[in-house]
Design a protein around this ligand. Structure first.
Ligand SMILES: Nc1ncnc2c1ncn2[C@@H]1O[C@H](COP(=O)(O)OP(=O)(O)OP(=O)(O)O)[C@@H](O)[C@H]1O
Ligand SMILES: [Mg+2]
Length: 943
């Protein structure tokens, strides 16, 4: 192993990162990129030594090409390396138990690594990340973020790989930690000279100097040339390569030259070893080549003497992986495949895990180039890949799907297993939430099917990904055609296929105008499924029933089949049931189910994790626990960023966040979330689009742009009509707001529409206080009916929805004030403010124009000089005028218009008001305005 030559500048950069991490006590990330053999691993060793000098605890590991399929090996190899590993044995064992539950595993990993970091700075070095397994990359991105404030320094090295692991980790970490990037280039002439002197133990002679000059500062090539160089009269030019030839080629030539000087036994050893991997054991070579190990000793010594291999623990290793690769790539393809086949056979005999055998199976069948093989051989190879996929499917379904796809490619076109393997691949892809890929695979499989029964099977599996993509129409059409293609009559073969097709057809029709027909169909399917004892079809039918009812906005009706699905079939709580309970405002029951689901996630089915985080966020938003909702939505967003599979849910997370920050009056952030959601939106997802229109409207209203608000709300309602969507949606909740804006902006038809929608929803959901109260509220605003509004408030008070209750109470106060029912108005106003403050929203809903109160202009100010410095009495006349209007919900713009000053002046006054009153939000201001000592005079000054 060489001492480090050159690289002064790069080492200084690394030293800065280490010192920075130690000083700031926060994470630093350094990436080291460079061509194969340029000296990344050598550099990393120097960084590790430097870090130890600085008091760091160091863990280092590297990814290996052959272990790409083994989840988390890359990261764990680093955390368990060395005499004093960063992860304790206990932690390691615990993590093993979480192997196939990614999110928890990753959380625990972060916790475990925080332990050594609490005692001092920690450095984790990961080499060859271009080969890291998928789960390690995911874990790295997450753990880096989680430990952002711990003194943990990460150094990751890898070959250039645009969009590869290094880029993905650095990209994700960019916002969280300081990222420094280094690219290693060739060594300078001095470093090359130093390297040569060290290797030779003396001065290089002129011939060697000339040769070294041609290595272009590439250290591996330099050291390979030196290794093959025999000083003295026999010294030949070992690399007669044209100057400028590609480096790997030159290296192959250099290695080939070295091989040509070795006896055949050593060459065979090296060749077999090159297929086994960078490190291998003589026992393996002996098994594969069917030679006694004793006979390998002399060849081994030759190879070591030539500097190609060195001893490594209880095995041997190539001096460098590129040397191994050079030997490997120089093997004739057919020979290489034969060695891979022998190795695979030996490993299978030894019952090694299929995931270890799989690379050698793949090695026999390069992706490109037809390989002559019997169908039997292909089938056997595909079997190994299927087994390997089975081993890793739970931990990394996406990687399993890749393997299955390769197995599919291997199978001869006419082999009967094709459909099975294809469906396994589709299922794995869907479980990894790669729904696009799963759908595409299903479509391809469909084209290859020859019988109606096979097509029916494909449609059955396609239901999940296509519905996740909101491609209900495609599914509906396809299953209808497949049903028509089934032979008539219910013989033993076609009856089950027909049943499942009908189940999928019912599901596909449930979210749309044919809801009633879909429900009818689903009921039929359910009966037949129970008779035929097809539990999966029965469950699909129950889900279809629940979803049809949900689309119709009938929550009671949706709850029954959703609950039955769980009770009858077990497993984690279904989303449909949680959605129904949420719709019915039975939040505690929904929360309990979500908690139960979380327990199940720990052991299974983590792919429903984001869906449930989203449901929890919505639920808490309705219940008015806004900060909890925000935590959930942010968690969801993070999940979507950390786990590619969950990216689907990022749009939902942004929608929820936009609604939350909208209620706080933070229009700018709200808009950012809307934009982000819109960019990620699934175009066919009606619910998402509806939500965005409503959020748009509310943000426009908050910004004082009533016309834009009306336009956005109208779009939402049109969308509902177009898709016959009667299910829950944010426009129902916002019906009173829509009515108010519509009336203000002179759009009575929209007001009428919104109120009618809310009334219809209420009719379909008797006994649900929030839904009933909102409908009453909206109607009361349309009719200006204060008593009906009073009833709305009373109904809402019996339910758990704090936000809608407080908004209604606020409106009631306003209407009462207009009706000059002063005492009641003040009482309602007080309650509204208290509820609002508890809820944490900062928009005050009451519009001063609705209050129809005139400012108490001309009221005498306290005599000069005696005005207190804080409290209401400290305000100047102008400040009071602004405070009163703002406290009753005026926007800066509307107040400016009303008082005939600029919005800038208004905000200046407001700042002063906040300072004198010692408050920092409009909610607090509303409270002060409503409860100040002279509040009783609210209406007295009316002209
Ligand atoms: N700065 C250096 N000083 C001395 N020797 C070096 C230096 N850099 C690299 N080498 C030598 O060059 C060879 C290749 O370097 P190294 O293994 O570090 O490359 P790498 O970039 O990690 O390659 P790979 O991409 O294959 O992992 C090593 O055998 C090492 O001895
Ligand atoms: Mg390396």
């Amino acid at each position: 192993m060489n001492r480090l030559h050159g690289r002064d500048h790069e080492l200084r950069r690394a030293a800065e990162v280490l010192a920075g991490t130690r000083r700031s006590g926060g994470t630093g990330l350094l990436t080291v990129e460079g061509a194969p053999g340029i000296g990344k691993s050598t550099f990393l060793r120097a960084v590790a030594a430097l870090a130890r000098q600085q008091g760091y605890r160091v863990g280092s590991g590297s990814a290996e090409e052959s272990s790409r399929m083994l989840p988390l090996t890359t990261l764990l190899s680093a955390l368990r390396s060395g005499p004093e590993p960063l992860l304790s044995e206990g932690d390691f064992a615990e993590l093993g138990g979480l192997y196939d539950r990614q999110p928890w595993l990753v959380e625990r990993l972060a916790d475990a690594l925080a332990v050594p970091a609490a005692h001092g700075p920690v450095l984790v070095l990961l080499d060859d990340v271009q080969w890291s397994d998928q789960l390690s990359v995911v874990a790295l991105r997450v753990v880096l973020g989680r430990l952002a404030r711990q003194p943990v320094c990460w150094v990751l090295a890898g070959r250039p790989d645009p969009g590869g692991a290094l880029d993905r980790v650095a990209g994700a970490a960019r916002h969280l930690v300081t990222v420094s990037r280094l690219t290693l280039g060739p060594l300078d002439a001095d470093a090359v000279e130093g390297l040569a002197r060290e290797e030779l133990g003396g001065e290089p002679d002129p011939a060697l100097r000339r040769l070294l000059a041609r290595a272009g500062g590439h250290p591996l090539l330099v050291s390979s040339l030196l290794a093959g160089w025999r000083p003295g009269p026999g010294g030949t030019d070992p690399a007669p390569a044209a100057a400028g030839a590609a480096l790997p080629h030159q290296l192959i030539l250099a290695v080939r030259h070295q091989l040509s000087t070795l006896p055949p036994g050593a060459v065979e050893l090296l060749r077999t070893g090159s297929v086994l991997g960078r490190r291998f054991t003589l026992a393996d070579v002996s098994e594969v080549t069917r030679q006694p190990a004793a006979r390998l000793m002399a060849p081994l010594e030759e190879a070591v003497r030539a500097g190609l291999l060195h001893e490594d623990g209880d095995g041997v290793a190539f001096r460098h992986d590129l040397v191994r690769q050079a030997v490997h790539d120089d093997l004739p393809v057919s020979l290489r495949a034969a060695v891979h086949r022998d190795i695979a056979a030996v490993m299978t005999r030894q019952r090694r895990p299929a995931a270890h055998v799989a690379p050698h199976v793949l090695g026999q069948w390069p992706r490109s180039g037809a390989v002559a093989a019997t169908p039997e051989e292909r089938r056997a190879a595909a079997d190994v890949l299927r087994a390997a996929a089975g081993e890793i499917a739970r931990a990394t379904p996406a990687a399993a799907a890749d393997l299955l796809q390769r197995a599919l490619d291997l199978l001869p076109p006419d082999s009967p297993e094709r459909l099975d393997v294809g469906l396994e691949a589709l299922t794995a892809a869907a479980a990894g939430l790669q729904v696009e890929a799963a759908a595409e695979l299903g479509r391809t499989l469909l084209r290859g099917t020859t019988t109606a029964g096979d097509a029916a099977r494909v449609w059955w599996h396609l239901a999940r990904p296509l519905r996740a993509l909101s491609a209900d129409e495609e599914l509906q059409r396809g299953t209808a055609q497949a049903l028509a293609a089934l032979p008539p009559g219910d013989d033993a073969a076609s009856a089950p296929a027909r049943l499942r097709l009908r189940a999928v057809h019912a599901q596909a029709s449930s979210r749309g105008p044919d809801g009633a027909a879909a429900a009818e169909e689903a009921r039929g399917v359910l009966q037949d499924a129970l008779r035929l004892e097809d539990t999966a079809a029965a469950e699909a039918a129950l889900v279809a029933l629940a979803e049809a009812a949900a689309w119709q906005g009938r929550h009671h009706e949706a709850l029954v089949p959703a609950r039955e699905a769980r009770l009858r079939h077990g497993g984690p709580p279904r989303s449909a049931e949680i959605a129904a309970l949420t719709g019915l405002e039975r939040y505690d029951e929904a929360r309990a189910l979500l908690a139960e689901a979380a327990e199940v996630h720990r052991s299974d089915a983590w792919e429903t994790l984001p869906e449930h985080a989203w449901r929890r966020a919505l639920l808490e938003l309705y219940a008015g626990r806004t900060s909890l909702a925000q935590v959930e939505a942010e968690h969801l967003l993070r999940l979507g960023e950390d786990f590619e599979e969950f990216a689907l849910y990022r749009a939902e997370a942004h929608c929820v966040l936009a609604r939350i920050v909208g209620t706080r009056g933070d229009t700018a952030t709200g808009r950012r979330h809307v934009e982000a959601a819109r960019a990620l939106l699934a175009p066919r997802n009606v619910w998402q689009r509806l939500t965005l229109h409503v959020v748009d409207g509310r943000l426009a209203e908050g910004a004082g742009d009533d016309r834009a608000a009306v336009a956005a709300f109208s779009r939402a309602l049109d969308l509902r009509r177009e898709h016959a969507l009667l299910g829950a949606g944010p426009d129902y909740d916002s019906a009173p707001q829509i009515v108010r804006v519509a009336l203000r902006a002179g759009a009575p038809a929209l007001a009428e529409d919104a109120a009618a929608n809310a009334a219809g929803y209420a009719e379909r959901n008797p006994g649900v206080p929030g839904i009933q109260g909102i409908a009453l509220h909206a109607r009361a605003l349309v009719d200006g009916d204060v008593d009906r509004l009073g009833e709305a408030v009373r109904v809402l008070a019996t339910g758990p929805r704090v936000p809608v209750h407080s908004v209604a109470a606020g409106d009631l106060a306003a209407l009462l004030a207009v009706a000059r029912r002063r005492a009641e108005a003040v009482e309602a106003w007080r309650r509204a403010s208290a509820a609002l403050a508890a809820w944490g929203a900062s928009t005050v809903i009451v519009d001063p124009r609705a209050l129809a109160l005139r400012p108490r202009d001309g009221r005498a100010e306290p005599a000069g000089g005696t005005r207190p410095v804080s409290g209401w009495g400290a305000l100047t006349g102008a400040e009071r005028r602004v405070a009163e209007r703002a406290g009753r919900g005026g926007t800066n713009r509307s107040i400016a218009e009303e008082l005939g000053v600029s919005p800038h002046t208004v905000s200046t006054h407001l700042r002063a008001v906040f300072g004198k009153l010692g408050i920092n939000s409009r909610v607090q201001l509303a409270h002060v305005v409503a409860t100040r000592p002279d509040a009783g005079e609210l209406t007295r000054s009316r002209p």
